[in-house]
Structures are given as C-alpha cells and as structure tokens.
Design a protein around this ligand. Structure first.
Ligand code: ATP
Ligand code: MG
Length: 560
C-alpha cells in the first residue's frame, strides 16, 4: 500500500530522520464514542506502525474536563481492540502530562514568549482581527516575566475566577495566520476532571497540549485531519521555542465524510440525548459500537478504510461502498439459514399428518467446510407473504393459485386453494400439494419451476423479532446547510420492527452477536443487548442487494 503519508515516511527513513524510528498515535478525546471516521484514523495510524515495524500509541486527548468520562475511555478501548489493533502497554493520557505541560508553560513565560492576558473572551476575539485585518496587541502583552509568573502561579492556585485571565503565547498579532495571533495556551476552568478531580483549575488548550504530548511520547509522525493545517505553524512554534528532545512532523489528511451519515461527535451526542436513537450503540449509529451491534465485522471496516485510502482533498464517500465491503465479508463468513419475516401459513394437503423429515441443508453453498444442519419439514409450513400473489402480474414467478415452485432444499409444491379472512378478505392460508418425487429438488420427468422459495416448519420454527434498518438520514448530506436542523433530515422509515417472524430451529443455540444470511432476505446479526418476549432479536446488517456494484457497473465515479 502506498499514499502520500507513506511516501513521506519512506523519504524520512531514507534520510535517516528519527534514527529510522516510526512512531504514531491515535489521540481521541474521550467525549464520545468512536465513529467510522475515527476508524479511518485508527487504521491509518496503527496500519503505518505495523507496516514499518514501529509502534502506535493509544492516547486519550483529555485536556477538557467538560464532557470527558471514563465511560468514553472504556468504549474507545473496547472499539480499537475490536477493530483488531493492539497498543501493548502504551495507553497514555494527556491528563497525565498536566504537570509537565505546566512546566513547559513556565519555560515559555521565562523566555518572554508567553504572558497572562486579562482581556475578556469577547475582547480577545475582537483584538484578534480578521482574515483581512491584522489583530491588535493586548494591553497586557508587555507584562514583566515576574508579573506573569506570579499571575500564572495564582491562576493555578485558584485565586481567580474563570474568564478573568488566560495564558497566551506571544507570537505575532499581524500574522496572516489567525492561529498565530497570540493563541491562548492555558485557561481557568473550575470544573472537576474525570481523572485529575479537583487537582487542577487551569487546563491547557489543544494546540499546546497536543504537540507536547506527541513530543513527550517521541512520536515521529503526527497524523491529523486537514482542519489542523493552519495549526501546523503553531505546532512547530511551540516545539521550536521549548527545549524538547523530539520534534514530530505533523501531516494532515482528509477526514472521512460518508453520504447519508453524520460524523461529528457533537451531532451524534445530540441524537443520543434527544432520544432519537436508543444509545451510542444503536445499530443505526455510525459508531463502531453501533456497527458492531448491527453485525458489521472489523475486517469489513478495515477493508473499507483500505479501499478509500488517504488523500489531501475532501470528498464524500458513498455509503454503498461501506455496505459493499460488509456484504462481501459476510458473503464468505455468514452461515445460511432460513427465516420467514412475514409468515404466511401453508398446509400441504397430501403430506402425512404427524410426519417430519429432516432436510440436510449446507451452511454455505460454496464452502462445504462450514458443514450443514438438519431442518425439519412437516405438513404445515410458513413461507414469506411476499412470495405469494393471488393475482400475479406477468413477471411474478413465485407462488400463485395453480402455480408450482420449489422449496429450498425440499420438494416442489403447488398451490391449490387459498383461505381468506372473511372480515378483511386477506389471504391467511394457502393449501398446496407436494410431489414426493421431487425431494432432490428436481422432478424426475424433467419439468421445471421458475422459483425457489424459503420456508420454515410451523411447529418446529421459533419466534423471533427482526429489526430492519434503513438509512438514518434521507438526504445524502444531512449537514449541507450550516446549522440546519438535524431532525428534519431524519429518515422517518429508518427502522421497521417485525415482531412475528419465524426462524429455523437451529438458531435456538445461536449466540448473541452471531451473524447469518437469512436466505433470500439479507444478512442479520443476533442482538446482544435487546431481548423481546417475541424471541431473540435479529438486526438486519445489510441487504443482499449490492447498490455499489451497480454504481461501478454504470461507470459512475466511486466518490462524490
Ligand atoms: P468529531 O469531529 O467527530 O467530534 P474529533 O476530531 O473531535 O471528532 P477526536 O476524538 O479528537 O474527535 O478524534 C481523534 C482522532 O480521529 C483525531 O486525530 C481526528 O483527526 C481523527 N478523526 C476524527 N474524525 C475523523 C474523520 N471523520 N475521518 C478521519 N479521521 C477522523
Ligand atoms: Mg478533536
């Protein structure tokens, strides 16, 4: 595999930079669950470390007490492990570096490169200027080193209220790069932190904490998303001004955007908090926890991340590609079983009452190694309601009055009459005959049928609930309009619950989290959290229809 980041690393290795070491890190802030966008960064950072025999650290970038929690830390650890990556004993926390970061700040003050500014937040914004106008220097910029040291120490000691003072780097208020106009590096926040408790009431800003955390961990290549391109000069400025042993190189790549999906923790929290989804691990969520519960495999997600690659320009990836990767992986791995989602009763009039045959059904049509199971066949079956039409149009080949079809792994049956609900007129039961000569799936006289349908035995099958998921949003770019209302973009039909499904009895020992192909219906995963008095719950992972293949066939570009 190659891309512009790996090219840079190859060059660095050739030039003998960092003594030939490659060290990366994945630095999530524990203020939400990881989503598929994070997976791109995880795969990239751990992938590079693996490829170059280097190491990738997992670092909690926890420098803001608001919104961070141990629950999120635990979820991040679980999800990165699940994706298949390992950081050995290199789990780090930026919050463990607070004292070191404080010492670095003192160093900057001592060099006359940082000062305590007592403008209000609004004033600081106003003084900053704009893209077209230079900023103005703060009246506090010329405070003496002694005064700055004293004020900063008292900030730490809790002598001041929030918002009264901040520590700023003294760089250049006329820089064309706004990030360089005396950025704030420490602020007062009288809020307990989930790890350090009340020990601190000043917290470092991202730009200051991030580059130094990288340096402390001796990271060689600090890979981040494009929106930090403007912050790179500041990243380098801090490391140049301070005496550090390691100066990592920041490299930016384009973040993942996915059609019909939102990848912003802030927005995802909104979905959770408003109760639009049942939690971070709702199978409709683009979080790794949600995808796991939905039945996505880590292999499929890694393949997806590999296929989208890394580039320097923003694009939106079609969600059909992700679904394609999931389908591809499950096609190989998922055992085939039979389940009827919307049951219609079928009585086989000429099949002996009380007789049960065990049909030997392979778990995978192309992979004999996956073995087989026995599926009981009897006089009363359920078939899919959709597989019957009383007045079929020309192109409907399945069951209809007088029509013969094949039962998967079973006999030919022919519909001879229908029973209707006298009140509604709905068809509630079919009467059929079977041909005992067709057990092999073929008629000895060579006659053909146009369709094969799946079925379960009424008496032997088990009840189940099935949840059919569609896209959570009905527009390709739910955040197109800045500040637009998320809820307006929601797909009202994103979840359909079918609570009277029937599944073949072999599923009685299925483990939560296991994945299946329900023949002719789709891929499903047994839910690990929900249970229902209607039997186990199966989440539809993905349909059988591959819209990605169609897109590629038509020659449309894979990304938009
Ligand atoms: P969000 O925008 O969802 O709130 P974030 O960038 O604030 O995400 P972090 O916890 O800071 O979330 O992200 C950890 C790492 O994951 C960062 O290095 C970030 O660049 C990367 N990352 C976040 N979102 C994406 C994405 N959509 N595509 C690729 N990488 C991402
Ligand atoms: Mg962030």
């Amino acid at each position: 595999m190659s891309d512009f980041i790996r090219d840079i690393i190859d060059e660095d290795l050739k030039a003998g930079k960092h003594q030939g070491r490659v060290a990366t890190r994945f630095p999530p802030e524990p203020n939400g669950y990881l989503h598929i966008g994070h997976a791109k960064s995880v795969c990239l950072n751990f992938g590079i470390a693996g490829q170059y025999a280097g190491a990738c650290n997992l670092r909690m970038d926890d420098t803001d007490p608001s919104g961070e929690s141990m629950e999120y830390v635990d979820s991040i650890i679980r999800d990165v492990k699940w994706l298949g990556f390992d950081w050995d004993d290199r789990l780090y926390y930026a919050s463990d570096y607070y004292e070191t970061l404080y010492q670095y700040a003192l160093q900057l003050i001592g060099k006359g490169r940082a000062y305590v500014c007592s403008l209000s937040a609004d004033e600081i914004r106003e003084y900053r200027g704009t893209l077209t106008e230079p900023g103005r220097e703060s009246p506090y910029r010329s405070r003496s080193v002694e005064e700055n040291l004293d004020l900063f120490e008292r900030m730490r000691a809790g002598d001041f209220e929030e918002g009264t003072h901040v520590l700023r780097a003294k760089i250049d208020m006329t820089s064309p790069n706004l990030t360089m106009r005396d950025p704030v590096i420490f602020r007062i926040k009288k809020e307990a932190h989930y790890r350090t408790g009340d020990k601190w009431c000043i917290y470092p800003m991202y730009d200051f904490a991030h580059c130094l955390s990288d340096s402390i961990e001796k990271i060689t290549h600090s890979i981040c998303t494009l929106e930090f391109e403007n912050n790179r000069p500041l990243y380098d400025w801090f490391l140049d001004e301070l005496s550090v042993e390691c100066h990592p190189q920041q490299i930016e790549f384009a973040r993942l955007n996915l059609s019909f999906t939102i990848l912003s923790k802030r927005k995802l929290i909104e979905l959770v908090e408003k109760g639009i989804v049942i939690g971070w691990d709702d199978p409709q969520m683009p979080t790794l926890a949600g995808m796991r519960r939905r039945g996505y495999t880590p292999e499929a997600i890694r393949t997806f991340c590999e296929r989208i690659g890394v580039a320097k320009n923003d694009s939106i990836i079609d969600i059909a590609l992700l679904e394609h990767c999931v389908r591809d992986d499950l096609n190989e791995k998922a055992p085939r079983v039979m389940a009827v989602l919307r049951p219609l009763r079928v009585v086989i009039d000429n099949y002996p009452e009380g007789r049960v045959e065990e049909m030997e059904c392979p778990y995978h049509p192309q992979n004999a190694a996956m073995g087989s199971r026995k599926v009981p066949f009897s006089r009363v079956l359920y078939v899919e309601r959709d597989d019957f039409m009383e007045n079929p149009p020309r192109k409907f080949y399945r069951l209809a009055p007088g029509r013969e079809v094949r039962l998967r792994y079973g006999y030919f049956i022919k519909c001879v009459s229908v029973v209707k609900d006298p009140g509604t007129g709905d068809v509630v039961e079919l009467h059929c005959t079977y041909d005992p000569e067709t057990r092999s799936g073929f008629a000895p006289d060579g006659r053909k049928v146009d369709a094969t349908i799946h079925w379960v035995s009424a008496a032997h099958s088990l009840p189940a609930e099935v949840r059919l998921y569609d896209r959570l949003f009905h527009v390709a770019n739910p955040l197109m309009k800045e500040g637009s209302d998320l809820t307006a973009a929601l797909n009202p039909k994103s979840l359909e619950i079918l609570d009277s499904c029937r599944v073949e009895p072999s599923l009685s020992d299925a483990a939560p989290g296991s994945r299946f192909q329900f023949e002719r219906v789709g891929y499903f995963c047994m839910d690990s959290a929900a249970s229902s008095d209607k039997g186990p719950v199966f989440n539809r992972t993905v349909t059988l229809r591959d819209s990605w293949a169609k897109i590629v066939e038509k020659g449309n570009t894979p990304t938009r």
